[in-house]
Design a protein around this ligand. Structure first.
Ligand SMILES: [Zn+2]
Length: 252
């Protein structure tokens, strides 16, 4: 029998199974992204001190199975892990739901997940403490995208490297280029799906993409043009529309 593994983990998705079991998808720090079955999760307080609800932050004890995709979850406890209490506020629930769904969509099983775990853990922690904000959302999106291999460029023109001046200059964010393009370069290329982006918004996104998540809630967010630019890019790399997005857009 495979050895028992232990790792901090965050619940991305769950569903009830049979009378007292639960099937969960988790992002772990040390064991990758996992799907597992927790027998008796709805009843055993001893083994499942912290229930495997959406956003639950748990010390996960599990065994991999030689055959089959689901790992066997033996225990989930609080340990030293801070809970993410999002239940007191609709904005927190909406942004938190979007965060876990985007993480689930961008992270494949079988990859090293210590970095996206840190990004998601820090983001849900900041969300629980400071509430939902556009700046936290943007910092989370940019940093998770960078981990996934999509490092978006907002500091300089993707083509010629020109740094936008302080004057209000309109740039174009081009999803297929993964960054901004200056007005001189724009004329020579296809800008399908492009979004006009103000210099202030581009500067805000450049800062949020590089700053620690913990400080994002107090930072200046990019404007509505930034939100549109990131949304276009996310839609261009995912094969499905995120269910949480509509709810989030009505709340934030
Ligand atoms: Zn240029």
């Amino acid at each position: 029998m495979p050895a028992e593994e232990v790792t901090p983990a965050i619940v991305l998705r769950n569903r009830d199974y049979a009378e007292s079991d639960r099937i969960v998808s988790l992002l772990t720090r040390d064991g990758g992204k996992l799907s597992g079955i927790a027998k008796g999760a709805k009843q055993s307080r001893r083994r499942f001190e912290r229930k495997l609800e959406l956003f639950s932050h748990v010390m996960l004890y599990f065994r991999r199975r030689p055959h089959g995709d689901l790992v066997f979850i033996t225990k989930a406890e609080a340990g030293e892990l801070a809970p993410y209490d999002l239940s007191d506020d609709l904005g927190k629930i909406a942004l938190g739901s979007y965060m876990v769904e985007l993480a689930d969509a961008l992270i494949r099983e079988g990859t090293d997940t210590s970095e996206p775990y840190s990004i998601l853990a820090a983001s849900l922690g900041a969300l629980a403490r400071h509430g939902a904000s556009a700046s936290l959302r943007q910092a989370f999106e940019l940093q998770l995208l960078r981990w996934a291999g999509y490092e978006l460029e907002f500091r300089q023109c993707r083509l010629c490297g020109a740094v936008p001046g302080a004057q209000a200059q309109t740039l174009t964010f081009v999803p297929t280029r993964g960054g901004i393009v200056c007005s001189r370069c724009r004329d020579g290329i296809s800008v399908t799906g492009g979004v006009a982006l103000g210099a202030a918004s581009a500067a805000a996104l450049a800062r949020l993409g590089a700053a620690p998540i913990e400080t994002a809630s107090e930072a200046e967010p990019g404007g509505a043009d930034s939100a549109l630019a990131i949304a276009r890019f996310v839609a261009s790399v995912l094969d499905r529309r995120l269910r949480s997005l509509q709810f989030l857009d009505t709340i934030l």
